[in-house]
Write a protein that binds this ligand. Structure first.
Ligand code: FES
Length: 131
């Protein structure tokens, strides 16, 4: 009978340690929520006319608009990472001459992948490029 309180204490201590270890294990094995919504650039919708583009040089991206709406392209060349220049009809890389259409598709190598598209969200009368 004298062992009963000690046995209960030992049981509670063990249970507490197991719960704490289980909590730590779950926390360790659960992936963290990946990245919050991050606004890379923002502009008034009226700043980008249909068929036009707005450049964000520091962010190395362009916000473009066509008949279907707004979209954003990374200006990082998919060949070796130079900054692509936006012209009226195409995007061209000054380093090795790759050219892309306004949708970012490769027209001329050496780049073999299209420019990366970046998500765009409309918020009222503003357009946000989000990463
Ligand atoms: S880095 Fe653009 S073509 Fe090479």
């Amino acid at each position: 009978m004298e062992n009963l309180p000690q046995s209960r204490r030992k049981f509670l201590t063990t249970l507490t340690l197991l719960l704490a270890a289980g909590g730590l294990l779950v926390r360790f094995l659960t992936p963290r929520v990946i990245g919050k919504r991050r606004v890379l650039a923002t502009a008034a919708a009226t700043e980008v006319p249909p068929g036009g583009a707005l450049l964000f040089r520091a962010e190395r991206l362009a916000l473009l608009r066509d008949d279907a709406g707004f979209y954003a392209l990374s200006l990082v060349c998919t060949h070796l990472g130079c900054t692509v220049v936006v012209t009226e009809d195409t995007l061209s890389c000054p380093c090795h001459g790759s050219r892309f259409d306004r949708q970012g598709k490769v027209l001329k190598g050496p780049a073999d992948r299209p420019l990366d598209r970046i998500k765009v969200e409309l918020r009222g009368d503003r357009v946000e490029v989000v990463g």
